[in-house]
Design a protein around this ligand. Structure first.
Ligand code: AMP
Length: 213
C-alpha cells in the first residue's frame, strides 16, 4: 500500500487530473465526506487529506510515503529528510514582498508580517536588511493597513488581493508550484511502486508543459 498526503483545497483540486492519469481516483469526495483517509480506484493507493503545512511532516515521518505540497510550504519546513523529485507544475504563484501603494522606502529596520517566518528572515538576511518578522496565520494584507507592519511576504497569483487592499508587489522571493515529495525510507523499500508512479507523473507534467508552450 502507498499512502499519498495531499493538502485540502486548491492543490487537491489541481492534483486530481494528475493522479487520474495514474489511475488514482478517490472513491469519496473530501468536500462531502468527513473521511480523512480516502480509498482510491487503485487498491494499492490511498490518499490522506490534510493541511498544507502538515504534508512535509507526514511524509518525513513516514506516515505517508509521498506527498503533494507547495514549494512555499517546503521552503518554510526546510527539511533535509525528504526527497523532492518532481515539480508538478500545478498551483503556480509567486512568493513576494508587498507594500502599500506609493509607500516611501523605509530606512533601517523594517517590520514584516508573514506566515513564512523562516523564508522571510532568510530572504532579508541575504539582502542585508535588518527586519523584525511578525508571524501571522492569515490576512497578511491587513497588517500594513493597520500599522502592524511596513511590508508583507505572501503568495501572489493574480495580484487582485493586494490591489483590493491598496498594496503592490515589490520583490519576487521565489516562483512557487506544487512538488511531489517522497519519504526517504519508502523510496528504498517501495522503490518499484514509487518509481512507476513517478514516471507516470513525470510524463503527464511534461505533456501539460508542452500543451502550455
Ligand atoms: P491573488 O489575489 O490571485 O493574487 O491571490 C492571492 C491570495 O490567494 C493570497 O491570499 C494567497 O495567499 C492565495 N494564493 C494565491 N495563490 C496560491 C497558491 N498557489 N496556493 C495557495 N494560496 C494561494
Amino acid at each position: 500500500m502507498l499512502t499519498i498526503a495531499v493538502s485540502k483545497g486548491r492543490i487537491y483540486e489541481e492534483a486530481l487530473p494528475l493522479l487520474a492519469s495514474a489511475g488514482i481516483r478517490p472513491v469519496d469526495d473530501p468536500k462531502t465526506s468527513r473521511k480523512l483517509i480516502l480509498s482510491t480506484t487503485r487498491e494499492d493507493i490511498q490518499l490522506v487529506i490534510i493541511r498544507a503545512t502538515d504534508v512535509p511532516t507526514f511524509v518525513e515521518y513516514g506516515a505517508a510515503d509521498l506527498g503533494i505540497a507547495g514549494k512555499d510550504v517546503l521552503l518554510e519546513y526546510n527539511s533535509k529528510g525528504l526527497y523532492e523529485p518532481l515539480d508538478l507544475g500545478i498551483s503556480r504563484c509567486r512568493l513576494m514582498t508587498a507594500v502599500p501603494v506609493g509607500q516611501q522606502p523605509v530606512e533601517g529596520r523594517i517590520r514584516v508580517a508573514t506566515k513564512y517566518v523562516r523564508t522571510a528572515k532568510d530572504y532579508f538576511a541575504r539582502k542585508g536588511r535588518q527586519v523584525e518578522v511578525i508571524k501571522l496565520y492569515g490576512s497578511m494584507e491587513l497588517a500594513p493597513l493597520v500599522g502592524l507592519a511596513d511590508c508583507i511576504v505572501d503568495l501572489v497569483d493574480t495580484g487582485n488581493t493586494l490591489k483590493a487592499n491598496g498594496l503592490e508587489p515589490v520583490d519576487l522571493i521565489e516562483d512557487i508550484s506544487s512538488r511531489l515529495v517522497v519519504n526517504k525510507a519508502a523510496m528504498k523499500m517501495k522503490h518499484a511502486a514509487i518509481d512507476e508512479l513517478l514516471q507516470i507523473l513525470e510524463r503527464e507534467t511534461k505533456n501539460n508543459r508542452s500543451l502550455e508552450a
